[in-house]
Design a protein around this ligand. Structure first.
Ligand code: DGY
Length: 322
């Protein structure tokens, strides 16, 4: 590392071990109080910084890039998703962008299984009943959900997270179907059924799990037309991004019974979840904690730092996305 340490603006509170490495290797502007920066505060805090290490809670629009000082040369995200960064604007302003793939695949896959189980077995409803003191009786007809074991699981987006979900789902003897931009090699596919189109896959999905990035093609991809292609009583899991779902269509599907239930960890307009979704009993809702375990948070921070280290050592960062 050079004598004068690069200045890094860290927008959110990160794990202690990540702070320690930041303070050792950089002139780190930390945010131990974990205040949320709005656009103006972000631009003000970035004055004189060489790099920003943000989370998906900060949005880097063209406006923000236009306001950032020229000294900022890299945005090293603490996230695998980077839909909060306008990558075209980044390129225009000569700013490198990186993410943190791989290290959170297992954590997100665990959360996805939790969403599937929680939705299928009515976990939110049951928990509310117990906590409220409203549980008065038991009968064979009480709180009956649907089985996960042995069902067909459709995975939209068979990247690292999708493949990790498939591996866990095989322990439930699920039959794996997937749609992806390209077919996987047999060693990665492990017998899963590839569908050339999403429309072809949907009728085979007792469970549907979304793992695609947000792009112009995938924004709102689960719309009314596509929900209608699912078998009646399907279960949806979304641990990717809310933007891949059309909320009106989701709510209609949950109300009509097209969907038995949905397990959701990522929403449109977070953290302001559409109150119509929160009001439905057949939703199992988590607050975007897909990768939130200690080990994974450390690994995400270290991965972001590996990207910064490479950049400031004059090498290409391993996880460059723009
Ligand atoms: C990710 O890494 O994309 C998670 O959603 C947290 O931002």
């Amino acid at each position: 590392m050079a004598d004068s340490k690069p200045t890094v603006l860290v927008t959110r509170r990160l794990p202690d071990a990540v702070h320690a490495r930041l303070e050792r290797d950089y002139d780190a502007r930390l945010n131990p109080e974990d205040r949320l920066y709005d656009k103006d505060a972000l631009i003000a805090a970035a004055q004189g910084a060489d790099a920003i290490l943000p989370c998906h809670t900060e949005h880097f629009t063209e406006d923000v890039f236009a306001g950032l000082p020229d000294s900022v040369k890299i945005i090293a995200n603490f996230s695998v998703g980077y839909d909060h960064v306008d990558v075209k604007a980044a390129a225009k302003h000569g700013v490198v962008v990186t993410n943190t793939p791989e290290v959170l695949s297992d954590a997100t896959a665990e959360t996805t299984i939790l969403l599937m189980l929680g939705a299928a077995r009515r976990a939110s409803e049951g928990e509310r009943l117990v906590r409220s003191g409203g549980w008065k009786d038991w009968s064979p007809a009480f709180m009956v959900g649907v089985a996960v074991t042995g069902k067909r699981l459709g995975i939209l987006g068979m990247g690292r997270v999708g493949q990790a979900v498939a591996d866990l789902a095989r322990a439930f003897r699920m039959e794996i179907h997937y749609h992806n931009r390209s077919r996987l090699s047999p060693d990665k596919e492990k017998g899963a059924v590839f569908h050339e189109t999403l429309e072809d896959m949907l009728p085979h999905c007792d469970f549907l799990s979304l793992h695609c990035n947000v792009t112009e093609e995938t924004r709102g991809i689960m719309d009314a037309k596509r929900f209608a292609l699912l078998p009646d009583g399907a279960v949806l899991a979304n641990a990717a991004r809310g933007a891949v779902i059309d909320d009106d269509a989701l709510i209609d599907a949950l109300k009509s019974g097209k969907l038995f239930a949905a397990g959701i960890d990522a929403y449109n307009n977070e953290p302001n979840v559409d109150p119509r979704i929160a009001a439905l009993d057949n939703t199992f809702l988590l607050p975007h904690i897909g990768s939130a375990n200690r080990e994974t948070r450390d690994a995400m921070g270290f991965r972001a730092l590996d990207n910064l280290d490479a950049f400031f050592a004059g090498r290409e960062p391993g996880d460059r996305v723009a």
